[in-house]
Design a protein around this ligand. Structure first.
Ligand code: 5GP
Ligand code: SF4
Ligand code: MG
Length: 460
C-alpha cells in the first residue's frame, strides 16, 4: 500500500494529497482514499479503483482542511471491498482519527480479541481498522492522542507504517523493525509544512524537499507547532523489506540517499559478474527489469536492446486478485518486437520470479517472435517463502522456487538457461549493513515471529 499525509493550513491539502497518491499508485491499485480535517471536522472520500478514477476537481473541492491523510490499497488482509478501503476512521471523545496503513500485522486475531473484550466493535476484517480502533479505545480510556497511539502500538505485532490524521495534527509512525518505508518532506522550505509519504517520489511530485525517513520505532507528531519526534519502541531494529529495494518501490525513490535505480543497476552489474553468458543482446522485462538489464549490459558489454513493449496503461499484473486474471493479464501487457528478436540469442532480465506464470508466458512470446536462445537472469535470489508483512499474499505452495530446483524452474518456464543473483550479492549491493534488511522470502528467516496458526495458513 501507499500512505501519504500533509499538514499545510492555507494550502489545498486535498489536491496535494491527490498528487501524492498519484505518485504512489504503484503501491496499490485496488482502492484509494483521502481524509481531510477542517478544524475538527472530518471529510472523507474513498472508493474502489485507481486514484485518477476516484477523484476529480469536484470531489477534491469537497475535502477542505488544514491537513490530509491518503492511502492507495493493495489488499493483503481483508477482501477487495470498498468498506476495506482506507483511511480507516474511528470516532473518539477528542474527535475523529483517520488512519492509513502500509504493512501487515501478524497478531490481528489476538488484537481483535483484546479489543472485543473492551467492547469495541468492528466494521471490517482488516488489521488496519483494528489499529485505528486500538488507538480510539486508548483515547476513550482518557489518554491524549500521542499517549493513546503509543499504548496501542504495544498491542501490535508485525509491519506497520502509518499516517494518522487527528484534529490536532498528523502522526507518522514506523513499527520497531521499520519493515515498510516512510519518508518526511518539507513543503516550500517552511518548517510548519510537513509531508509524509511512503516513498520520496510522493514528495517530489508536489515539490516537497526530502528531509529524512521516519526511523524504525519512531513517531513524528506534526502540528501547528512544527514536528516533534518520539522514539517509543523498546528495542528498535532496522529490517527494511529488501523487496522494496528490488522491485516494489519506484526506481526514482531514494533509499539511503540514493535512487533505487542506481541500486538496481548494481544488481545487474553483480549478476553479470556472477553469471556471464555469450549472447547477442540483453533485454529487460519492462519496467521492473530495466535498471538491472542496463547494469548487466554495462558490465558484460552485451548490447542492451528493447525486445518487449509494455502497454503503460495496464496495471501491474500481480495486483489483480485471481490466477485467471493474472494469466490473461500478461497478454494485455507485453508485446515482443519480432524484427529485433528473430534469430537472436537473448539474455532477458527480470527482478524476480514468484509463481513463474509471467515468466513462462514471456519466454513463449520471445520464442514465438523467433528468438534462437533465451537465457533468463533474475536480479534477486529464488523466492522460497511467503511474506507475512504485507507484500505478497501467496502461500508457499504457489511459489515455484519452494518446490522446484533452478534447473526444474528453467525447464518449466522453457528457457535455455536460468540464473539468479546470490543472496549475498543482493544485500552487498545495498551498500548498507546486511543485517538491516528483512529478506525472509529468500531465506525463511523471519525477523518478527509469526504465530503458529498464521504460519500454518501459508507455509507448506
Ligand atoms: P512470475 O513469473 O513469478 O509470475 O512473475 C514475476 C514477475 O512479476 C516479475 O516481473 C515481478 O516484477 C512481478 N511480480 C509478480 N508478482 C509479484 C509479487 O507478488 N511480488 C513481487 N515482488 N513481484 C511480483
Ligand atoms: Fe519483504 Fe520478503 Fe521480508 Fe516480506 S518477507 S517484508 S517481501 S523481504
Ligand atoms: Mg516485473
Amino acid at each position: 500500500c501507499g500512505v501519504f499525509g500533509l499538514y499545510a493550513p492555507e494550502e489545498d491539502v486535498a489536491k496535494l494529497a491527490y498528487f501524492g497518491l498519484y505518485a504512489l499508485q504503484h503501491r496499490g491499485q485496488e482502492s484509494a482514499g483521502i481524509a481531510t480535517f477542517e478544524g475538527d471536522k472530518l471529510h472523507l472520500h474513498k472508493d474502489m479503483g485507481l486514484v485518477a478514477q476516484i477523484f476529480n476537481e469536484s470531489t477534491l473541492d469537497h475535502l477542505p482542511g488544514q491537513l490530509a491523510v491518503g492511502h492507495t490499497r493493495y489488499s493483503t488482509t481483508g477482501s477487495s471491498l470498498v468498506s476495506n478501503a482506507q483511511p480507516a476512521v474511528v470516532k473518539t471523545r477528542l474527535g475523529s482519527l483517520a488512519l492509513a496503513h502500509n504493512g501487515n500485522l501478524v497478531n490481528t486475531v489476538e488484537l481483535r480479541e483484546e479489543l472485543s473484550q473492551r467492547n469495541c466493535t468492528f466494521e471490517t476484517t482488516t488489521d488496519s481498522e483494528a489499529i485505528a480502533i486500538a488507538i480510539g479505545s486508548e483515547v476513550e480510556n482518557g489518554k491524549g492522542w500521542l499517549e493513546a497511539a503509543i499504548s496501542a502500538f504495544q498491542l501490535c505485532e508485525g509491519a506497520y507504517s502509518l499516517v494518522i490524521g487527528t484534529p490536532e495534527g498528523i502522526m507518522g509512525v514506523r513499527d520497531p523493525h521499520g519493515i515498510r518505508p516512510l519518508t518526511i518532506g518539507l513543503l516550500d522550505g517552511n518548517p510548519q509544512r510537513y509531508v509524509l509519504a511512503s516513498e520520496t517520489c510522493g514528495l517530489d511530485i508536489i515539490g516537497a524537499e526530502y528531509l529524512r525517513d521516519v526511523e524504525p520505532g519512531e513517531l513524528v507528531w506534526i502540528t501547528e507547532e512544527g514536528m516533534a519526534s518520539f522514539h517509543w519502541a523498546k528495542k528498535p531494529e532496522r529490517k527494511l523489506c529488501v523487496f522494496e529495494m528490488i522491485y516494489f518501490a519506484r526506481p526514482d525513490s531514494l533509499v539511503h540517499d540514493e535512487t533505487l535505480y542506481s541500486y538496481r543497476l548494481r544488481l545487474g552489474q553483480y549478476l553479470a559478474e556472477e553469471s556471464p553468458t555469450d549472447a547477442d543482446m540483453v533485454i529487460a522485462v519492462p519496467d521492473s527489469g530495466v535498471p538491472a538489464a542496463i547494469g548487466y549490459s554495462q558490465t558484460s558489454h552485451v548490447p542492451y536492446a528493447e525486445g518487449l513493449i509494455k502497454n503503460r496503461y495496464v496495471g501491474r499484473t500481480f495486483i489483480q486478485p485471481t490466477q485467471h486474471m493474472r494469466e490473461s493479464g500478461i497478454r494485455m501487457k507485453l508485446n515482443p518486437l519480432k524484427d529485433v528478436l528473430t534469430d537472436k540469442r537473448i539474455i532477458i532480465i527480470d527482478d524476480s520470479i514468484v509463481r513463474g506464470t509471467t515468466s513462462s508466458k514471456i519466454v513463449k512470446a520471445l520464442r514465438d517472435a523467433g528468438a534462437k536462445e533465451v537465457h533468463m537472469k533474475i536480479s534477486s535470489p529464488p523466492v522460497t517463502h511467503p511474506c507475512f508483512y504485507g507484500l505478497d499474499t501467496d502461500s508457499q505452495d504457489q511459489l515455484i522456487a519452494a518446490t522446484k530446483s533452478v534447473d526444474e524452474i528453467a525447464a518449466y518456464i522453457g528457457v535455455d538457461s536460468l540464473a539468479y543473483l546470490s543472496w549475498e550479492g543482493m544485500l552487498k549491493a545495498t551498500g548498507a549493513d546486511m543485517n538491516s534488511f528483512c529478506s525472509a522470502c529468500f531465506t525463511g528467516d523471519y525477523p518478527i515471529t509469526i504465530p503458529e496458526k498464521i504460519k500454518r495458513s501459508k507455509l507448506m
